[in-house]
Design a binder for this molecule. Structure first.
Ligand code: FAD
Length: 347
């Protein structure tokens, strides 16, 4: 019998960042993952404290960044890999009106630390940007695909990862622990992303799921070293390769790539770049989005030692470290969960 403090289902950003808190707090754990969801593997990985469509602040942006950045740095050190690529995000302006809206936003107290007051003029002949760009501060990209891969390899080496589907029928409830197969655990944390839909304990929660697709292009004449945001993001990943995306699709809940998404991304991209490019890859995943755009964190209404850690939505990179810490403090230190993220708001 394996005897642990925690059993985590899911090794996406939610599961990994929770495991990271447990490691720091010297708690024992095992993780089960069947690779059925891939949001964290395909994500663009951007962290950006501003919603660039409307020039408004992201919910608890500063708090999230303050918690997240040191944790990603620690993960870089413990895994010996580069995860955090500090890169600026520039918003392409389509009109004078948009420039003015940017300045108005930059004067607001909650945004002034994130939006530069300077308008940058475009000097790159491969880009169409007659009205220039505004720069967002405190932005970057976490290589989430590398993080998931490296973290799982490390868990595997230590014998802490089971590569299989969680079988809910095998869960055996006791007063102060749970048994699952040959595992005895004090707590189970479900961090299944959109896989939550198959979880009989928590599938009543309103997780909608929003499919997203990204393409990778090779564009040797583009030569930009910042993330460019127009109707889509253009993200340099090195050696003249760029990620372009993402799409938003609410009906299709499969992880299959589609021609429709590819055409949409090309059409949007060619509105603001003028150089040639080749498409070399395409990926898709389901973002675990929630009706009210807040995470789902909390305890099962009947079984005290079962928890949900989900609903990271479109911004898992920034929000995962924050919610992982919240859940840990709730379980171990009996601290109340922020009401906006507590899953009991839907009970
Ligand atoms: C195209 C795209 C682009 C994105 N870009 C960004 C971005 O730039 N910045 C950003 O912050 N966010 C981005 N996101 C969102 C981000 O990916 C998510 O918020 C985050 O990755 C969700 O993490 P998660 O761990 O909750 O879910 P997931 O990554 O889906 O992980 C859940 C894990 O649980 C496992 N699992 C599920 N059910 C079971 C079961 N029954 N048994 C065993 N294992 C199970 C799955 O296999 C999976 O590994 C993007 C998403 C997409 C799709």
């Amino acid at each position: 019998m394996n005897n642990v403090d925690y059993l985590i289902v899911g090794s996406g950003l939610a599961g990994i960042l929770f495991a990271e808190v447990l490691t720091r707090q010297h708690k024992t754990f095992l993780i089960i993952d069947d690779a059925s969801q891939q949001s964290s593997v395909v994500a663009g990985g951007l962290y950006n404290p501003v919603i660039l469509k409307r020039f408004t602040g992201v919910w608890k942006a500063k708090e999230q960044l303050d918690i997240a950045m040191p944790i990603y740095e620690r993960l870089e050190n413990s895994l010996g890999i580069k995860l955090d690529h500090k890169i600026s995000v520039k918003r392409l302006f389509n009109s004078i009106q948009e420039q003015n809206n940017w300045f108005l936003a930059a004067d607001k107290p909650n945004l002034s630390k994130f939006l530069s007051h300077k308008i940058i003029t475009n000097d790159n002949s491969s880009i169409k940007a007659d009205f220039g760009f505004g720069t967002v501060l405190r932005t970057g990209r976490i290589d989430t695909s590398l993080l998931v891969q490296a973290y799982k390899e490390e868990l595997d080496k230590k014998g802490l990862l089971f590569d299989e589907s969680f079988n809910y029928n095998l869960l055996d409830h006791h007063q102060d622990h749970l048994n699952y197969n040959k595992i005895k655990t004090k707590h189970v944390v479900f961090a299944e992303g959109f896989g939550l839909k198959n979880n009989p304990y928590f599938n009543h929660l309103p997780l909608n799921g929003t499919k997203g697709e990204l393409i990778t292009i090779f564009a040797p004449d583009l030569k930009i070293d910042y993330v460019l945001k127009s109707s889509v993001f253009l993200i340099p990943i090195g050696n003249d390769y760029y990620l372009v995306g993402a799409t938003y699709e609410w009906e299709d809940k499969t992880n299959a790539i589609t021609q429709k998404a590819k055409s949409e991304l090309i059409s949007k991209l060619t509105k603001f770049i003028k150089c040639d490019f080749d498409i070399v890859n395409q990926v898709a995943g389901i973002r675990p989005t929630v009706k009210d755009r807040r995470p789902l964190v909390g305890r099962h209404k009947i079984y005290d030692n079962m928890y949900v850690l989900n609903g990271l939505g479109t911004r898992g990179v920034m929000i995962a470290p924050y919610v992982a810490q919240q859940l840990f403090d709730f379980i171990e230190h009996k601290l109340p969960l922020n009401l906006e993220i507590n899953s009991n708001r839907f009970e």
